[in-house]
Design a protein around this ligand. Structure first.
Ligand SMILES: [Zn+2]
Length: 406
């Protein structure tokens, strides 16, 4: 028997033992599964988690949901690899399946750490504030305990209520807040240096903050070695900028076409216009400068936010190419910066995110990659303002430094 015939014989023998049809139909895709369950009960708990789930947590969540005054759909799930995908937006997928306005919450747990994503679709259209803007104003939001789901879910429902009809945000129960004790014992030397300088500093003195931060972080003598794959390629930042500048331009033109614009619309138009002009100025200034291209991207994205929905968001302080800074991250006890959810999580774990890396000329030969905030703020409006995350005047500063004409 030839080798290929023998393989065929083996294959046939194997097939003979396989059942004709799969024993079970493949489980429906997770979003379909949740959407089907929500038709019966808007609070879905993963079946594997349900037996051990504390009833008191579920009761609290249910009470807050029914008091909301709008539909609230919640899914509580273990964090599987499927849910860890970078670009998965489960609340939006689920909202599309349900098709109703309301608050959509997907909360996952991993290692006793609960985190969630939300999507709020207002009943009755675009009234009220965005949920994110309420969350940014809610100063204690980031201090709510994460070792059980109810406290932050209940808070999110309350924040959505405020966004919806302006009702005041209730106080947060002390038992829902983290106890203010040092999270770790073994602080590294650099961490101790950082902390000692941060003590007693408030976010109020923004420029002072940046200067001190810069001085402190620049003094780190042994920066962690940076691997090639960790650096965001300049080309990808350039692509982002080139995608968002025309997008913002289109949104702005649509706004300009409005007949009989309201004062608010006129203000939005001017604001979006200033940001977009500054973005174009930065984009035209240098084709290979990470700071300028990232600044162009941030300003264009903000111009789009302002022109399309009056929903301006700060960038993630640590890396402006990340999703917008929708969470306040307590970098130290007295310093909070806007951060994306991923960086906020890193900060909550007591670490500093790697941040946007830029090339720093050091000495005659060496060129190392460093976090952008360690550069001299006097040399760049992007560094001085944390790309607008620390003070929202990046567009004005860019115009001052780079000139306003394209
Ligand atoms: Zn980030």
């Amino acid at each position: 028997m030839s080798a290929s015939l023998r393989r065929l014989a083996v294959l046939i023998a194997v097939l003979a033992f396989l059942p004709l049809a799969p024993a079970q139909a493949a489980p429906p895709e997770l979003p379909d599964q949740i959407a089907a369950a929500w038709a019966k009960d808007p609070l879905y708990v993963d079946p594997a988690m349900l037996p051990a789930f504390p009833q008191s947590e579920l009761d609290r969540i249910k009470a807050a949901s029914s008091a909301a005054g709008f539909p609230v759909f919640i899914a509580l799930l273990p964090r599987t690899p499927y849910l860890r995908q970078e670009n998965l937006d489960l609340p939006t997928l689920l909202q599309a399946r349900i098709g109703k306005p309301g608050l959509y919450l997907v909360w996952t747990v991993w290692d006793e750490y609960w985190s969630g994503t939300d999507e709020f679709v207002r009943p009755g259209g675009l009234k009220g504030r965005s949920l994110v803007s309420v969350q940014l104003d809610d100063t204690l939001d980031n201090k709510i305990v994460k070792d059980r789901p109810a406290p932050r879910i209940v808070r999110t429902i309350q924040q959505a209520g405020t966004a919806y009809d302006g009702r005041p945000l209730p106080e947060i129960a002390a038992s829902d807040l983290e106890v203010e004790t040092p999270r770790r014992t073994g602080l590294s030397t650099t961490d101790k240096e950082d902390r000692s300088v941060f003590v007693g500093m408030g976010i109020g003195a923004l420029l002072g903050f940046v200067l001190v931060l810069t001085l402190v972080l620049r003094r780190r003598n042994r920066p962690a070695p940076v691997k090639r794959g960790q650096v965001t390629p300049v080309s990808s930042i350039r692509t982002q900028a080139d995608r968002w500048i025309p997008k913002a331009g289109r949104a702005l033109r649509a706004l300009e076409k409005q007949k009989n614009p309201t004062t608010l619309q006129l203000d939005l138009r001017d604001d979006a216009n200033a940001r977009l002009e500054a973005a174009r100025t930065l984009r035209a200034s240098d084709n290979d400068d990470t700071l300028a291209l990232a600044g162009a991207f941030v300003l264009a994205r903000q111009a789009f936010q302002v022109a399309s929905s009056n929903d301006l968001l700060p960038p993630c302080f640590f890396d402006p190419t990340h999703p917008s800074g929708t969470v306040r991250a307590a970098w130290s006890d007295d310093t909070e910066v806007p951060a994306c959810r991923t960086c906020a999580k890193t900060v909550a774990g007591g670490k500093t995110p790697r941040g946007l890396l830029v090339r720093k000329k050091s000495g005659l030969l060496g060129r190392e990659m460093v976090a952008y905030w360690t550069l001299d703020p006097e040399d760049s409006p992007m560094v001085a303002t944390g790309f607008g995350a620390l003070s929202d005047d990046l567009a004005e500063r860019v115009t001052r430094v780079y000139g306003g004409v394209r």
